[in-house]
Design a protein around this ligand. Structure first.
Ligand SMILES: [Zn+2]
Length: 166
């Protein structure tokens, strides 16, 4: 079955230091940043069974498609399109990461397999450094039409490149 890749707007709330007027420093305040999630046939990746686990800090994993971090967004897109080599060991690409951006917390990855007319995210699974891959059960592979897949990602790349140049 050929799936359709898309994106949907989402938000992520980080607790960020806010400088106070007094000398005793900063306090943490929740700040929600706009992010995008991938969708597969309209279903958000973060909502799919097994794709989100409680990472190190008990945070839900996210994509790198964050307006406030456009360089990271472009980097993730380049790995997914295959213009830069896979960023996770075993020829795999990162789909979701911990909101602290530390791969040590665990990365949801897939093997990227590019054919002439299709692109596959094969065998989605969780990886942590020095631990073996834990595949999502049942085994999950998505097959996209290559033109549709690349068109979505390259549109996103143009958008985030423009943000990165600001
Ligand atoms: Zn983390």
């Amino acid at each position: 079955m050929i799936s359709t890749l898309g994106v949907v707007k989402d938000g992520y709330t980080w607790h960020e230091p806010v400088r106070r007027r007094r000398w005793w420093g900063s306090t943490l305040k929740p700040v929600t940043h706009p992010i995008l999630d991938f969708t597969i046939d309209g279903a958000p990746l973060r909502d799919l069974e097994g794709t989100v686990e409680e990472a190190g800090g008990g945070e839900r994993s996210i994509t790198m498609l964050i307006d406030d971090f456009p360089h990271e967004a472009v980097s993730q897109i380049d790995h997914l399109v295959g213009t830069t080599p896979p960023d996770v060991s075993g020829g795999r690409v990162a789909l979701l990461i911990c909101p602290c951006f530390d791969p040590g917390c665990g990365v949801l990855s897939a093997q990227l397999v590019t054919g002439s007319g299709t692109v596959q995210w094969r065998d989605l699974g969780w990886q942590r450094p020095s631990e073996s891959l834990i595949l999502i059960q049942p085994t999950t592979t998505f097959t996209f039409d290559r033109r549709q897949y690349e068109s979505v990602l390259l549109d996103l790349r143009a958008r985030f490149s423009a943000l990165a140049e600001r």
